[in-house]
Design a protein around this ligand. Structure first.
Ligand code: ADP
Ligand code: MG
Ligand code: ZN
Length: 492
């Protein structure tokens, strides 16, 4: 049997978070919650004779993305008409970019599960407009005779298309690349990444070639994937399907296919159209879009620190592991929250960034997951979090108690010191008091003491547990361990 190599290139469509649409003044509204056809005008409804005007903010956001993806920003841009008819496209053409896209020749480094980094080349990033939204009715809908509803609120929303070179080699790589593009767009605050709402859509082009050969095989394109899971699974399915066809001596048909999530298979949607089918030509209603060096430079200044740079900085400056650093930079809001904790100055001694990171990742994230919440939902400030960690580090409370205090803080938003005082949770660090409690545990458990003295060293932990129980978990564990060793040794 022939061994094949996968050849995959991704097309990603991302709506830009502008206030108004790409070529008219209509508001950009939430396509799920806004009443249908309430944000439209003659321009985005495709009425004859209407003139488009380029949205400057959309161009700016597109430049941001181009720069973040290491592209060259083209100074001379042309919008083009891509002609085709579909009910979600009232003009019968989409204004897009063809020969002169906004950004070219970028790249993005992705991390694979093996720990390796791989560079994926980006062919182009261009601006276009989104189409309307079609809803196909079934018998259970309000119109039992069936049909299709169309909502033009989305028609003309600024849309970015990001096209990779076909140097992706597996479903895993495709997923890692798409996840990272989404992360960067969210960092840049150009796209919410909300895949369920369709504002971020991924389409893989997939083909196989015999391993070791150069020529590309015939590709299929998967449409309408609405999750990263679907991207990885649909791609994996398609690779197996194509291998079976080729093994049987058949030929892959170039076509657009869909992914059926419940049946877990891809199915043919339509044969693939070629560029010539679209009869692209320069949009006569728009002047060329000239982008000056000054404009590019000024946009460069607005770029935030991107996740890779941030992660490297966290590792170098705070001695965080690669894993911890990745978790903290995954979302910009989380990284910001972490960075706010580092600016807290009224806790003495100040907990180390590493200690704060541990508390965030192990304890705060656990609570957030349990409540299915994000950092925006946390009821206390980063400073209050640092105060709690400070109370652990100056021995006011022990670790386990602090976890309970954090749970309480998470629910009520009250400061740690207040909770500790109200519940009498302060740690017992009084050596005499601990000595007394240990003595009592020893007196009350002569059999266990005898077993311990006869060599069952593991019983030490049991004694620690008894002392903790007697103090409701408040005893300072360091003192308990030290004292217990002394007092038991004396009995030998
Ligand atoms: P179109 O716009 O007609 O879909 P493009 O040439 O712009 O075609 O390519 C779209 C995507 O398909 C790009 O990401 C590209 O890398 C990828 N691609 C091109 N040829 C192949 C192939 N033979 N196998 C897999 N992917 C491919
Ligand atoms: Mg395509
Ligand atoms: Zn409009």
């Amino acid at each position: 049997m022939t061994e094949y190599e996968a050849v995959i290139g991704l097309e990603i469509h991302a709506e830009l978070m502008t206030a108004s649409k790409m070529f008219c003044g209509c508001r950009v509204v939430d396509s799920v919650t806004a009443p249908p056809n309430t944000a439209t005008c003659p321009v985005c409804l495709g009425m004859p004779g209407m003139l488009p005007v380029i949205n400057k903010r959309a161009v700016e956001l597109a430049i941001r993305v181009g720069l973040a993806l290491n592209c060259t920003i083209q100074r001379h841009n042309i919008f083009a008409r891509k002609n085709y008819f579909y009910p979600d496209l009232p003009k019968s053409y989409q204004i897009s970019q063809y020969e002169l896209p906004l950004a070219l020749d970028g790249h993005l480094d992705i991390e694979l599960a093996s720990g390796e980094t791989k560079r994926i080349d980006i062919r182009r990033v261009h601006l276009e407009e989104d189409t309307g939204k079609l809803t196909h009715l079934d018998k259970d809908s309000q119109f039992p005779q069936g049909g299709t509803l169309v909502d033009y609120n989305r028609s003309g929303v600024p849309l970015l298309e990001i096209v990779s070179e076909p140097n992706i080699r597996s479903g895993e790589e495709a997923r890692a690349y798409a996840v990272k593009i989404r992360q960067i767009l969210r960092y840049l605050e150009v796209n919410s990444g909300d895949m369920e709402k369709g504002v971020f859509r991924v389409e893989p082009n997939i083909s196989l070639r015999p391993a070791g050969t150069e020529t590309f095989g015939t590709r299929t394109e998967l449409k309408n994937l609405n999750s990263f899971r679907a991207l990885a699974d649909g791609t994996a399915y398609e690779l197996v399907r194509q291998a079976e066809i080729l093994d049987a001596g058949g030929q892959v048909v170039q076509e657009t296919r869909g992914w059926n999530e419940s049946k877990r298979l891809t199915f043919s949607q339509r044969s693939k159209e070629e560029a010539e089918d679209y009869r692209y030509f320069p949009e006569p209603d728009l002047p060329p879009l000239e982008i000056t060096d000054e404009w590019v430079e000024s946009v460069k200044l607005t770029l935030p620190e991107l996740p890779d740079t941030k992660r490297a900085r966290y590792m170098a400056d705070f001695e965080l592991s690669a894993y911890d650093a990745s978790v903290l930079v995954e979302e910009r809001a989380v990284a910001n929250w972490f960075e706010h904790t580092l600016a807290v100055s009224d806790v003495d001694p100040a907990p180390s960034p590493k200690s704060i990171a541990n508390w965030m990742i192990n304890d705060l994230f656990r609570l957030m997951n349990e409540h299915k919440q994000g950092v925006a939902d946390i009821k206390f400030e980063p400073a209050a979090f640092v105060q709690l960690i400070g109370l652990v580090e100056n021995n006011t409370v022990n670790n386990n108690t602090a976890k309970d205090v954090l749970t309480e803080m998470y629910q009520s938003g009250r400061p740690a010191a207040e909770i500790i005082q109200a519940k009498g949770l302060a740690q017992i660090s009084d050596e005499t008091a601990i000595f007394e409690i240990i003595s009592q545990v020893i007196r009350e458990n002569p059999d266990t003491v005898a077993a311990y003295l006869s060599g069952k060293d593991k019983l030490r932990g049991w004694f620690v547990g008894q002392v903790m129980k007697a103090t409701k978990g408040k005893a300072n564990p360091e003192i308990v361990n030290r004292r217990l060793a002394e007092q038991l040794d004396q009995l030998k």
